[in-house]
Ligand binder design. Structure first.
Ligand code: NAI
Length: 454
């Protein structure tokens, strides 16, 4: 069978790309080797948010007396949380499958392997059969980086060391959990397991947590988690794992800590090996498929979207990249813009940001003004966040008076951030934003408050 498009990988980039292509009339085949929905739906975004919602309810109940609600004998039942997570995942995955079916996308479960190119198109072998695609969309995603730490492989085999995949399947809460890496996955998992009762320690190589997040915000987040009992070892590099003991080096000294389970969350890498990219000469640069702003690779009619291009590695970026690829396949002009992609850490409190940070703006030589205010300028925030210490920071480019960066820590920021992303995408100036009317009382009004302080 000759298809107009074969999509390899059924995560956010793959399934949405296949849907959009089929809706536009392309005869489309999607091949997925594991689960439709990919990491996002099955072992990433959605399952973690399900767990984090349970822990948020639990935390709120535990501190109910601050709000005049007296609760007794509150229990977080981890097994029920995991069962609910499985139902949520099943529901959403079946929704994606139904959507693909209704768009007439042919879905084959199996591993796709690129065999080469003929005059008819690209040959893809799946389950022993060859299929031909006039175009390809590579959306094979990413996998956890397993760093070369002595003893880590043995730990993974024994089940003492876990990745984001296994930790979401655990049926009981470990008494103690060491997390290697204080990035997004590490922090979100620390958030849940700390609430669920584990003694959590995060070991982070850098002098701060949360990667590129605004430094002031990452400090506030860390303080919040220290207050909840999470232990942080910064400037500390894990060098060995022996059984349940993690050895780490800090200021030239080797220390150790024991834990029932150890989570390794030191980043993810694009999946570029083992499915024949070399057979059609796809250019790989620093372990990722090199693409241009239209999602094109160096090979004609072969596109790549999502984590496999290693650019932004977020599900929402993947959606848009897939659309850009499909639009270009169809001859519609479309390019990917990365300057207004929001990023969220779904801890409690949530952290969200979009655009430049102070650090990145300085590096680019942008002359900017900033306004930082306490979230307590929002009446709704005060009403709902006893002892809340969130902040909101806006960065304005002095030359054009435009919003270029927005950062906040405080709940609902995950839902508010798209508004700031829209303002950056639309290149709104301070004077335009000042004319907007925000609903009152909402936490989103903090944007207006911060802007008026400039
Ligand atoms: P990450 O890149 O966010 O953080 C990894 C951290 O590990 C870094 O801070 C690094 O300094 C540290 N590290 C590396 N080697 C170490 C060692 N030997 N000892 C101690 N620390 C070490 O990676 P993470 O958290 O694994 O997340 C992977 C990807 O998943 C990210 O690209 C992220 O964007 C994505 N993701 C996004 C989510 C969201 O949008 N809410 C949720 C979960 C994941």
């Amino acid at each position: 069978m000759i298809y107009d498009l074969i999509v390899i990988g059924g995560g956010p980039a793959g399934y949405l790309g296949a849907e959009r292509a089929a809706q536009a009339g392309l005869n489309t085949l999607l091949v997925e080797k594991r689960f439709i929905g990919g990491v996002c739906l099955n072992e990433g975004c959605i399952p973690t948010k399900t767990l984090l919602y349970s822990s948020k309810i639990y935390d709120n109940a535990k501190h109910g007396e601050r709000y005049g609600v007296i609760t007794k004998d509150i229990v977080l039942n981890h097994e029920t949380v995991i069962e609910r997570k499985n139902h949520v995942v099943e529901f959403l995955v079946s929704g994606v499958k139904a959507q693909l079916k209704s768009c007439n996308v042919t879905v084959i479960e199996g591993k796709g392997r690129i065999k080469g190119k003929t005059a008819e198109g690209y040959k893809i072998e799946i389950n022993g059969e060859t299929h031909v695609g006039k175009r390809l969309l590579i959306a094979t995603g990413s996998e956890p980086i397993i760093p070369p730490i002595a003893g880590i492989k043995e730990g993974l085999e024994k089940g003492t060391v876990l990745t984001n995949r296994e930790i979401l399947e655990m049926r009981s809460v470990p008494q103690s959990l060491v997390i290697i890496g204080g990035g997004i996955i590490g922090l979100e998992m620390a958030s849940y397991f700390n609430s669920a009762g584990s003694k959590v320690t995060i070991i982070e190589m850098l002098d701060h947590i949360a990667g590129d997040t605004d430094k002031e915000i990452s400090r506030i987040l860390m303080k919040n988690y220290e207050r909840k009992g999470v232990n942080f070892k910064l400037n500390s590099k894990v060098i060995e794992i022996k059984g349940n003991t993690v050895f780490y080096e800090s200021n030239g000294q080797v220390n150790s800590i024991e834990a029932e389970k150890i989570l390794v969350s030191v980043g993810r890498r694009p999946v570029v090996d083992g499915f024949g990219l070399e057979n059609i000469g796809i250019e790989i640069e620093k372990g990722r498929i090199k693409t241009d702003e239209r999602g094109k690779t160096n090979v004609p009619d072969v596109y790549a979207a999502g984590d496999v291009n290693g650019i932004s590695m977020l599900a929402h970026t993947a959606y848009r990249e897939a659309e850009v690829c499909v639009n270009n396949m169809l001859g519609r002009k479309d390019v990917m813009r990365y300057n207004s992609i929001p990023s969220v850490i779904y801890t409690n409190p949530e952290v969200a940001s979009v655009g430049e940070t102070e650090e990145s703006a300085k590096l680019k030589g942008i002359d900017f003004d900033k306004s930082t205010i306490s979230m307590r300028y929002s009446g709704r925030y005060v009403a709902e966040n006893e002892q809340g210490d969130g902040i909101c920071k806006v960065l304005i480019d002095k030359k054009y008076g435009r919003l270029i960066g927005f950062h906040m820590i405080g709940n609902y920021s995950s839902e508010i951030i798209y508004g700031a992303a829209l303002m950056i995408e639309m290149e709104m100036r301070v004077k335009d934003i000042k004319e907007l009317v925000f609903p009152h009382p909402t936490v989103s009004e903090i944007i207006r408050e911060a802007i008026f302080r400039l």
